[in-house]
Write a protein that binds this ligand. Structure first.
Ligand code: TMP
Length: 215
């Protein structure tokens, strides 16, 4: 083992209920990081472009039905199939900004009747551990004011309220660097906060190995 000057990228995850503004903020963060000279790329889960992603996409669009355990495992498999690429990028020094990750996986499935948090977490144990998880907090009433939900599966307010409760349980885990951001703020205010947390996480990650999630 050589004492290295190797500087890996950081794994930064944005989570939150639907319509909290995750995708907008991911894009702005990647752009800001790139402009400040830090290599950064965006990823999103589910990644609907792979074979597994296409099965998931059809399920979300209600073009197909899948058994609940099965679809949970597909979402997890969709993350695992991208792990070699994620590791490669991180090791090359690229910071990954990821729109949803295992936390959405657990929060959404465990919002269904009969699914424990533990069962839902197990297939994702050992994934690359995020250096920062930004949770875009939005009150269900505020989310409702952002207009009608779309027609995809899970897009209804009662289900989303349960999902938020599950996220709150996951946030109690002190082994992860959760940062809760008030998503009711303006796009620019949110972006500034997210950028500040990200800069800190990137600097910290440089001198640390990639961790393993929930292990
Ligand atoms: P999207 O709208 O960000 O593409 O996310 C698609 C939906 O899939 C969203 O309602 C959250 C849900 N989801 C899961 O149920 N499990 C998962 O593992 C992930 C990543 C998303």
């Amino acid at each position: 083992r050589v004492a290295m000057s190797y500087r890996r990228g950081a794994l930064i995850v944005l989570e939150g209920v639907d319509r909290a503004g995750k995708t907008t903020q991911c894009k702005k963060l990647v752009q800001a990081l790139q402009e400040s000279g830090r290599p950064a790329e965006m990823m999103r889960f589910p990644d609907r472009t792979t074979k597994m992603g296409k099965l998931i996409s059809a399920y979300l669009e209600k073009k197909s039905n899948l058994e609940d355990h099965t679809v949970h495992l597909l979402f997890s498999a969709n993350r695992w199939e991208l792990v070699p690429l994620m590791r490669q990028k991180l090791e090359q020094g690229v910071t990954l900004v990821v729109d949803r990750y295992a936390f959405s996986g657990v929060a959404f499935t465990s919002a269904k009747p009969g699914f424990s948090l533990e069962w839902c977490m197990s297939p994702d144990v050992g994934l690359p551990k995020p250096d920062l998880v930004l949770f875009l907090q939005l009150h269900p009433a505020a989310a409702e004011q952002r207009g009608e939900f779309g027609a995809e599966r899970y897009e209804n307010s009662d289900f989303q309220k349960t999902v938020l409760q599950r996220f709150e349980q996951l946030m109690k885990d002190p082994s992860l660097n959760w940062q809760v951001i008030d998503a009711a703020k303006s796009i620019e205010d949110l972006h500034k906060q997210i950028k500040t947390h990200s800069d800190t996480a990137i600097t910290t990650a440089e001198s640390q190995p990639i961790g393993e999630l929930w292990k």
